[in-house]
Design a protein around this ligand. Structure first.
Ligand SMILES: [Zn+2]
Length: 51
């Protein structure tokens, strides 16, 4: 196996990372997704509570 272990670059911040997306960016992306999800959940929950 002639695998050339070159430095991978994060697809988000373009910094050397072993993964396609470095842990820092992955956490950020996950946080954004969770935040968006939380907004929707919160909005729905508020409506249900008010109703
Ligand atoms: Zn990154």
């Amino acid at each position: 196996m002639g695998t050339t272990q070159k430095n991978h670059l994060c697809q988000v911040c373009a910094k050397p990372s072993e993964q396609t997306i470095c842990p820092a960016c992955e956490a950020k992306i996950r946080g954004e997704i969770l935040d968006e999800k939380g907004k929707v959940e919160k909005a729905g929950h508020t409506e249900t509570t008010r109703h």
